[in-house]
Ligand binder design. Structure first.
Ligand code: HEM
Length: 378
């Protein structure tokens, strides 16, 4: 019996390797933004709640002011990987999305509420009102969205439970449990939030809008947070990898009909090495007495390590998905491709032009008049 629905007779319009490349790159960027949101928000809540020093509130405000912008990146960088995932894995992903349909569609409403709460959180902080409970509510909702995404991304890999789930609820009102990979995968993303949040603070400390005293506070605490939660992130990653089925582990070691997937396994080691580098970088930022030049250098190193870590993670995770699906009879490479080169060319040209526009926007922001972070509002 076939576990997956029949393949769409319409051929793919671009080479599979190109779709996968674009998928992994855009997904890694989505992950960077998601981790900034999950970690930065929780840190801002904690800094606004425990105001041991004036710098705590300045840091809470500095993070909160940026979170509404980060949210736009979370959403805009989520759409491309969703589209590529649907093209490549539609038969699995559409099925799992329908099976949890009520929850899946509710993401739009939860996301809207989270976004509104983010604005309220920032406004209350700027007005000097108690804001932690608003920020915490936004964080809980964002964490729930993450849970729903982890649920769908793991359910799409389990065709063996689909029929039973549909019999239990054809309304999509039933959330599956019992997948040993689900919770480690979700907790890995949550731990990554505080890790990336710490690196984000190390980056922020390099900005000229902080006073010397504030820079010291932001870099010192951010570095320590990145170092500690880097270790937690490592442990969660090892846990999530260890609960994968044997067929997946073998595939990532190069033992499948596609030996090239050993490079996805290598990406797992790359991820591990980069997190270790980030932990050392965080510890250095956390404990060393940094000069202005050094904090600028560390700021950009933190950005680079964060982006590379998430790229490695996205590649490894892609390998886990392909190997899991392959073990159940779904071969992502087994599709008819009729490349429409004019459309592919147009897409790439617009993609590059879009990147150019974003770079221009960033340069405009960089040239804008600077307001000190400690100022009452911006
Ligand atoms: C607060 C907002 C969001 C959070 C916290 C969030 C979090 C996450 C997490 C944790 C994952 C990884 C799940 C896993 O594999 O275990 C993920 C993947 C994903 N997210 Fe988001 N996300 C958010 C918004 C969105 C939105 C609005 C969309 C759709 C437009 C989206 C599309 C995706 C897709 C398609 C994937 C998986 C792609 C793939 O595996 O190929 N996300 N997100």
């Amino acid at each position: 019996m076939h576990l997956f629905p029949a393949v769409d007779p319409i051929p793919l319009p671009a080479p599979i390797w190109l779709l996968k490349l674009l998928h992994v790159v855009t997904l890694a960027l989505h992950f960077v933004a998601v981790e900034m949101l999950l970690g930065g928000l929780l840190l801002a809540v904690l800094f606004s709640l425990f105001r041991g020093s004036p710098q705590s509130l300045v840091t809470a405000r500095a993070l909160a002011r940026r979170l509404t912008v980060v949210m736009t990146f979370v959403i805009n960088l989520a759409v491309p990987p969703l589209l590529f995932a649907q093209v490549l894995y539609g038969r699995a992903l559409y099925t799992s999305s329908v099976l949890i349909g009520l929850y899946w569609i509710s993401i739009i409403a939860i996301l809207t509420l989270t976004y509104w709460l983010l604005y309220r959180f920032t406004a209350r902080l700027e007005a000097g009102k108690a804001a932690w409970w608003v920020g915490l509510s936004a964080w809980v909702l964002a964490g729930f969205i993450a849970r729903l995404l982890s649920t769908n991304m793991t359910l799409m890999l389990r065709p063996e439970v689909w029929r039973e789930m549909y019999s239990a609820s054809s309304m999509g009102a039933y959330l599956p449990t019992g997948d040993p990979t689900l919770t480690p995968r979700w907790l890995l993303m949550l731990a990554g939030g505080l890790f990336i949040g710490g690196l984000w603070m190390v980056y922020l400390a390099g900005r000229s809008t902080f006073t010397a005293e504030e820079k010291k506070f932001v870099a010192g605490l951010g570095g320590k947070i990145a170092a500690v939660f880097g270790l937690v992130y490592l442990a969660a990653g090892l846990w999530a990898a260890s609960v994968q089925p044997d067929a997946v582990k073998a595939g990532l070691a190069g033992q499948s009909i596609y030996p090239l997937y050993k490079f996805a396994g290598f990406a797992g080691y790359g991820w591990l090495a980069l997190v270790v580098v980030a932990v050392l970088l965080g510890a250095f930022a956390g404990f060393a007495n940094l000069s202005a030049r050094m904090s600028g250098w560390l700021a950009w190193s933190a950005v680079l390590v964060a982006v590379l870590t998430e790229i490695m993670f996205a590649v490894y995770r892609d390998g886990v998905r392909d190997m899991t699906l392959l073990s159940k009879g779904y071969d992502v490479w087994d599709r008819v491709v009729v490349t429409n080169w004019s459309v592919v060319g147009l897409f790439l040209a617009l993609f590059v032009a879009g990147l150019g526009v974003v770079a221009w926007l960033v340069s405009v922001v960089a040239r804008a008049k600077k307001v000190m972070e400690g100022a009452a509002s911006i």
